[in-house]
Design a protein around this ligand. Structure first.
Ligand code: BG6
Length: 493
């Protein structure tokens, strides 16, 4: 799944936010894994930057610890860890401090005169000042690539401000907006399933599909991210990005080729087809929930407000009924649901097909009813594809043929046993170093996502829609279940 690749690989990575949680849990372990597989250029340099003052040795010690905890155990090896740590230098840089940026630039240019990749794993308020600091230090060149973690803004207006500020310094082809779900093998596999098989595409539309469900359920709660999460909530934290990226891949037209522009052109068209909500529709097409105390997998969990230390209306669960107004999906509801403190960690897509147009099996009140086909694509924690089909139950059929639903199951973990499962960031970091933007989110996609999300937030505000409580360890408030059951369907749990 490669797109067009710019010629020269970056051999220098400048990482802002290097002392943060994401860098420790994901980015450094991913870079380490890439090094172990011989996928990093040689030599390779990581210029790590944070606000805290420390020297290279102190910073490397923190990374050694992070690798011991988060790198894949079978790849851990003292000699390799030492080689990796040697690649890292640390520089404290505060946004707005030009002398620190100049010192950073001096180190970066001493390493190589090839393209530099920059990764912003900082709070979004620092994206523009950091990019401007880099520009003043002479590090923004036609070859410099810049990656930004989500969230890009908190609504359409603020995301435009970030995009304008970064866009003033970098052309779009050099901007890599990260949505780590696109780095997940299983999410990329959605394209393989749809466009690598003849079987599904002719039926992938409103004539054969009744509805689509996308569930991204997490067992974790706030996990100490209080300062970021409160006031953001599930709609902006999960739906605006991960859930809508999955939706765009499920809903898009076939791209002409597996290449950045073709793929992203089709995704943005799908995102732009989302029908905006208004204060009336949010009442029937959306549910907000917030977990209260309960138990997840036998562990007692304090309620959101208790953990936060104050009352809050921030939603930790959202269920939506979305429509795409286009030729392919007219009248097909997309039910979207995501939540924290759910009973299972489970990301799943259900394609519910319509019933056969005429059943030959029912006769004079005898014989079986038919269950419409379902295609269930499980993305996490395990990777499975299940197609539910009707089969004849063995028997002599004296009172009519009896059919029963059976599953055609493909376990991808089993089919590809022996292939190492990579952290999503390995793929994304490698693509960044190589300059391939296919699996990153283009400006118009982010803005189409925000346009739809803003319509929901505005609807909630105008209709004063509050979060309804649900016990931690359940599938959200009963209103979330009613949202789909009113239409005669039910969530696939
Ligand atoms: C992040 C959200 O983008 O994705 C988190 O900010 C969420 O709130 C996480 O927990 C989920 O990612 P994954 O890869 O664990 O499904």
């Amino acid at each position: 799944m490669k797109g067009a690749v710019l010629p020269e690989k970056s051999a220098t990575l400048i990482l802002f936010g290097a002392t943060g949680d994401l860098a420790h849990r994901m980015l450094f372990p991913s870079l380490y894994h890439l090094m172990c597989d011989g996928l990093l250029p040689s030599p390779f340099h990581i210029l790590a930057s944070g606000r805290t003052e420390m020297d290279d040795a102190a910073f490397r010690a923190t990374i050694a610890e992070a690798l011991a905890t988060y790198a894949q155990a079978e790849l851990l090896d003292d000699a390799r860890v030492a080689t990796f740590l040697e690649m890292i230098v640390y520089a404290a840089v505060a946004a707005g401090d030009d002398s620190q940026f100049a010192a950073l630039a001096a180190r970066a240019t001493a390493f190589s005169d090839g393209p530099i990749a920059v990764y912003l794993s900082t709070p979004p308020a620092l994206f523009a000042p950091t990019a401007q600091g880099l520009a003043r230090a002479g590090l923004v060149l036609p070859s410099t690539r810049i990656a930004m973690e989500k969230p890009i803004g908190k609504d359409l207006a603020s995301s435009k401000e970030v995009n304008d500020a970064i866009g003033a310094l970098f052309p779009e082809e050099q901007i890599f907006r990260v949505d780590h779900y696109l780095g997940k093998e299983t999410v990329q596999n959605l394209m393989a399933l749809r466009f690598g098989n003849r079987l599904f595409e002719p039926l992938w539309n409103s004539s054969a599909i009744d509805h689509v469900q996308i569930t991204v359920a997490e067992t974790v709660g706030l996990e100490g991210r209080v300062s970021y999460y409160d006031g953001v909530g599930a709609l902006k934290d999960m739906v605006q990005n991960h859930v809508l990226q999955i939706l765009s891949i499920i809903a898009m037209e076939p791209p002409a080729r597996m290449e950045s522009t073709s793929v992203r052109d089709e995704k943005v068209k799908a995102l732009r087809s989302l029908r905006p909500m208004d204060p009336e529709t949010v009442r029937t097409h959306s549910v907000r929930g917030q977990y209260r105390d309960g138990a997840v997998k036998g562990k007692l969990i304090a309620g959101y407000a208790e953990e936060l230390g104050k009352e809050s209306d921030t939603e930790t669960f959202v269920a939506l009924k979305a429509y795409l107004d286009n030729w392919r999906w007219t009248g097909v509801p997309f039910y979207l649901r995501t939540g924290k403190c759910m009973p299972n960690r489970q990301s799943e897509i259900l394609i519910q097909f319509k019933p056969v147009t005429h059943s030959i099996f029912r006769r004079n009140g005898y014989g079986s009813a038919l269950e419409p086909n379902q295609l269930i694509i499980r993305l996490q924690p395990d990777e499975n594809i299940r197609l539910c089909i009707m089969a004849k139950r063995p028997g002599l059929d004296r009172d009519g043929v009896k059919l029963q639903e059976v599953g055609l199951d493909v376990s991808l973990a089993h089919a590809f046993a022996g292939e190492r499962r990579r952290i999503a960031y390995e793929r994304l970091l490698l693509d960044l170093l190589e300059g391939d933007t296919t699996l990153f989110v283009r400006r118009d996609e982010v803005e189409a996502q925000w346009t739809w999300i803003d319509s929901i937030s505005a609807g909630w505000k105008a209709s004063d829609q509050k979060s309804v409580q649900y016990a931690a360890g359940t599938w959200g408030p009963s209103a979330g279940i009613a949202l789909i059951e009113r239409d005669g369907a039910s969530w696939y749990d």
